[in-house]
Design a protein around this ligand. Sequence first.
Ligand code: F6R
Length: 612
Amino acid sequence: MCGIVGYIGPREAYPIVIKGLKRLEYRGYDSAGISLINSSGMNVYKKKGKVTDLEEATLGKDISGHIGIGHTRWATHGEPSDRNAHPHTSNDGSLSMIHNGIIENYASIKQELSNKGYQFSSDTDTEVLLNFIQDIKQNNNCSLEEALRIALKRIVGAYCILLIDKNDNNTIIAARKGSPLVIGIGKGEHFLASDATPFIEYTKEVVYVNDYEIAIVRADELILKNLGNEKQTPFITKLDMELAAVEKGGYKHFMLKEIHEQPSTIFDCLRGRLLTHSGEIRMAGIDNNIDKLANANRIVMVACGTSWHAGLIAEYVFEELCRIPVEVEYASEFRYRNPVINEGDVIIAISQSGETADTLVALESAKAKGAFIFGVVNAVGSSIARISHAGAYTHAGPEIGVASTKAFTGQLAVLNMMALKIAKAKGTITEDRYINLMKELEAVPEKVKEILADTSNIKAIAEKYKDAPDALFLGRGYNFPVALEGALKLKEISYIHAEGYPAAEMKHGPIALVTDKLPVVFVATKDSYYEKIVSNVQEIKARKGMVIAVATVGDTVIPSMADDTMFVPDADELIAPLLSTIPLQLLSYYVGVAKGYNVDMPRNLAKSVTVE
Ligand code: F6R
């Protein structure tokens, strides 16, 4: 969702901010804008469309200045348009602000300000907040920082804001609650952004701003305060991220690059943790809390989207290996329905970005009710990672393509290791099975490499079915959530309507959809459900449905019935989703490309869903 970039220091701000906004494009947006201050005043440029449209709009204009703030907007209040794009300017023309988040009580504040004669040139909640700050500053004759602090105490909602005053060309004031903000520390310069990707080539030293903190950022100074005006000590973290991780590296799309990175990202996730030779799994977050985890009365997986699918697979694995009851909850539902949380409940939060608003708020309320929170997160230092009591990173590196691919397999790898560790501690797994599953996990990166070695068959299948208006994805057991994930990927990348179902459920309704025009994708690898799924394939063929199967290398039965087959190497059924998901990622990628869509930035979607 909205991306935020700011720069203050000796360099020209414009190129840094523009390049930073391009790096944040993956978050999803519909308009972009920038404000710059130089000796002749403040210049604000904003445009509906892409950052390149903004660049065009600034051609020949004054873009000089050593202080700048830029924004990519994903519309919430008000349609995508030039006037709703950020930055917004205060009524007196002195202040400029960008904002990521939603101000829930903006309507009453807007009324208050309108009564005082304020005019609004956009439909946004941001412009309301900005004029509210201006009003407080004037009425109280106080500093901008003080006015912001007073305003933030009055507002309800989520925000990350950057604020500049045209009369002060050496300060950016920033604040956050619920929306991410990271500050990069350079030599005599500072960078501000929604994540570190915009400034990774300039500095690796960062400060993650916490909720309810205000940052006063000057070229050579960073002051952090809480809303009570007390100074906070900035905690500097060293980033372990290279520029190459946020570039396409020769691939046509980030999504394709990230699919192909999976042998190494899964390897990185297992490295130093899965010690097959000694039969040990080393994960500090679990080791330090093994009593809580092994004695959990119940585990609740809380997540959204693809991460929720990882939770569903983990439900099967945890219940099988650890014999602990598991529930998998959509964060957005969990947070609003006053769930019962008892002592001894463990919440496992799964999130790539670590910033998903629904997941974050669900965790905050579960934490307040006394639950132990374990985060399975990809983005290092993100909000979910920080509010969790303990956790394990997936180490997949920055995921830029909007569709989650490598983060999903990273989540599965972490959750499998976690289940194995807990099962071992509880004594619910035999030594043989434990070692065997460790070896199976260890073999995954090589097996993924085998799938990726030649993808021409999957590409051809994608081209054959690309014009289908609908598709059904079916699977059983561990492969049922894989079917859901396959359907989600196809929907978001190719805009084809797709449904995922447990294959046996088909007879209870969805089979009515089957015609000779409907592609039905079966995830039908060799597992304990195999015979059953063979029957389900026959039921579809008997109704002339077109069957695309994901089958195990060496299987001849499924391929003989299917119209088209994508093969994956054999694996234990607990581990198989790490493999069977890969052809489905590629299928949706190639369908999206064949249809000419922007697979890295599908319409309406945002990478990091920081609003509810
Ligand atoms: C789908 C996708 C989304 C995310 C969901 C949760 O490809 O990427 O469904 O999985 O928005 O995001 P995170 O994992 O960042 O909490």
